[in-house]
Design a protein around this ligand. Structure first.
Ligand SMILES: *Cc1c(COP(=O)(O)O)cnc(C)c1O
Length: 219
């Protein structure tokens, strides 16, 4: 079932969109089923699970940290994490940079934006991001690799609203790209779309979809 789902989703994607299989709460054996179907990008939202699964599973898996990341836990994932999706504060950026410096690695990050109407979701506003990116401190961070943006749409049946929120993230990406990262080819990712809304996200320019329950079943 997992293999069939992975294959079906992957074959439906345009060449510009990659699938991250969100394996949070699911055991090693189930992750291996997706791996055997050719899946190599996996996402977790807790540092401890990410580390445990990294240690137990094949080393060619690209691990994505998709959840809220506390500064004091960056050190555990800094050596191996493929991409940190949820960067939404200066404090967290500073810590990622510090840990990257220790191990001489530029750590790939996405800036998370608040695009949903719900108040509970994490993320920056455009003003906050502009302030952060234009500060001299940011320019001194040599061990951060800014790779793009991430966001979550409102949990709603209203597909027009979801589409608008994804459009707003795409617009944010384009503004940042032209203002702050015009000569950074690695600033190219728009991480948006989950099990219930990824087809809309793809239509609105997603380059990374994060799909959990549609692959692994409900948690
Ligand atoms: C859990 C999670 C997902 C996947 O959610 P599904 O609805 O199971 O596809 C995607 N992104 C983030 C940030 C998550 O926490």
């Amino acid at each position: 079932m997992i293999k069939v789902q992975v294959a079906a989703i992957r074959s439906s994607l345009p060449a510009t969109t990659a699938l991250i299989a969100v394996s949070k709460t699911h055991p090693i054996e189930r992750i291996m089923e997706a791996y055997e179907a050719g899946q190599r990008d996996f996402g977790e939202n807790k540092v401890q699970d990410l580390v445990e699964k990294y240690e137990a599973l094949p080393k060619d898996i690209r691990w994505h940290m998709i959840g809220h990341l506390q500064s004091n836990k960056v050190k555990y994932i800094a050596p191996f994490v493929h991409l940190i999706h949820g960067v939404d504060s200066f404090k967290l950026l500073l810590e990622i940079n510090k840990q990257g410096q220790k191990i001489q690695r530029k750590i790939p990050c996405l800036l998370q934006f608040h695009i949903a109407q719900e108040e509970t979701k994490f993320g920056l506003s455009m003003d906050e991001a502009t302030a952060l990116l234009s500060s001299p401190d940011f320019n001194n961070m040599q061990h951060i690799l800014p790779c793009g943006v991430m966001g979550m749409a409102t949990f709603t049946e209203n597909t027009a609203q979801i589409r608008e929120e994804f459009q707003s993230l795409h617009a944010i990406y384009q503004q940042l790209k032209s203002r702050c990262f015009p000569s950074n080819p690695e600033f190219k990712e728009i991480s948006m779309g989950m099990s219930d809304d990824y087809p809309i996200a793809i239509e609105e320019g997603s380059t990374l979809i994060r799909v959990g329950s549609k692959i692994f079943g409900s948690r």
